[in-house]
Design a protein around this ligand. Structure first.
Ligand code: AMP
Ligand code: MG
Length: 334
């Protein structure tokens, strides 16, 4: 029997894996826990140091990071960026394009307008349209030959939808380089792992009771990211909104369950789980099947108080096993 690492969606810290050691640190606004074989604690610390390094150049919660300085640069000025930041923004922009704009790393003006980093507020339509115009992907010009980025008309990058996934990839790279045989890194709504040849059970939280596991999947390696519209919500005039924004119309989404993406790479899983949540289950599963993406939705059943689990075709081939562990949960076949 493999042990269960209660992981996704703020279920951090409940891994009960024998003969392993954990090290935890508060990073990127949440607790990150690294589990490695006992005796390799120094490598767990090195992985956390690597995440701290990524946070330092990527955070826009402070003004002095490399990304914050790029966002603050004058319109249309080509800014020299480090090869690492350039490669990351370039890849995220390409991934965003494949989602048809459901994921948009330039969503920042809308995040500010809806104040989803703060208490949340509902903007006037005219302000919404102005902010929406500033999220057009054409407003970020990435020059690969010179490793420069120029932003126009007050466009700005928002790292909230992809930073943790990238940081997880870097943490796993450090662990692998240091010769660690197996590791499990729990970063709140996303986990990454490798080396679990007998399989590790990872819990995906219930969208509305984040401390309750809803689905357990068994995997050997890879990354599992869950985006939940039911997390961090705010209410205005009786209407509930989430911190996820649909960049196609500029509106904060209502809470409507969660979307989970599995991918070999954390960056991809992070971007895709957010995109899938924006697309919703019908459009999201069609998109996932067309792009061979491993996706799982936990969404309210439209006619009862139960919840439905819906998966893309490739989800089951990417995980060894999948179990429903919460009551009131049914599988809906496509
Ligand atoms: P996640 O929890 O990974 O889905 O990321 C949610 C965060 O991504 C939000 O708090 C915002 O910072 C950012 N975000 C919200 N909507 C989008 C979107 N449509 N595309 C890209 N980033 C988004
Ligand atoms: Mg994400």
């Amino acid at each position: 029997m493999s042990s269960i690492a209660f992981a996704a969606l703020l279920l951090a810290g409940c891994a009960t894996i024998p003969a392993d050691a954990t090290r935890a640190r508060y990073l990127m606004g949440t607790t990150c826990t690294v589990t490695v074989p006992a005796g390799e604690e120094a490598d767990a610390q090195a992985a956390l140091d690597e995440i701290a390094r990524v946070e330092q150049f990527l955070t826009t919660w402070r003004d002095d990071s490399e990304l914050a300085r790029l966002n603050a640069a004058a319109d249309d000025v080509a800014v020299d960026v480090s090869p690492e930041l350039f490669a990351l923004l370039d890849e995220v922009s390409s991934l965003a394009e494949t989602t048809g704009g459901a994921f948009n790393p330039l969503v920042r003006p809308l995040v500010d307008l809806w104040n989803t980093r703060g208490e949340g507020s509902v903007p006037a339509q005219s302000a919404l349209e102005a902010a929406l115009a500033r999220t057009n992907p054409a407003l970020a010009r990435l020059d690969r030959a010179h490793s420069t980025v120029a932003l126009s008309r007050g466009a700005a990058f928002e790292e909230g939808g992809f930073g943790k996934g990238y940081a997880l990839d870097r943490a796993l790279a450090v662990l692998a380089q240091n010769g660690v045989g197996r590791a499990f890194v729990d970063f709140g709504g996303q986990v990454s792992l490798f080396g679990w040849s007998r399989g590790l059970d990872v819990a995906i939280a219930h969208p509305e009771q984040r401390l309750e596991p809803a689905v357990v999947v068994t995997v050997e390696s890879g990354s599992i990211a869950t985006s939940s519209g039911s997390e961090r919500t705010f209410v205005v005039d009786g209407a509930r909104f989430s911190h996820l924004i649909d960049p196609r119309n500029g509106r904060a989404l209502p809470p409507r369950g969660s979307a989970t993406a599995f991918d070999a790479r954390g960056l991809v899983a992070d971007v895709l789980s957010t995109a899938l949540c924006v697309l919703g289950p019908d459009e999201g599963l069609r998109w996932a099947d067309a792009h061979d993406v491993a996706a799982l939705f936990i969404v309210p059943n439209p006619v009862s108080d139960a919840w439905e689990v819906r998966t893309s075709r490739s989800f089951r081939s990417h995980v060894r096993a999948i179990r429903l562990v919460a009551p009131n949960l049914t599988v809906k076949d496509q």
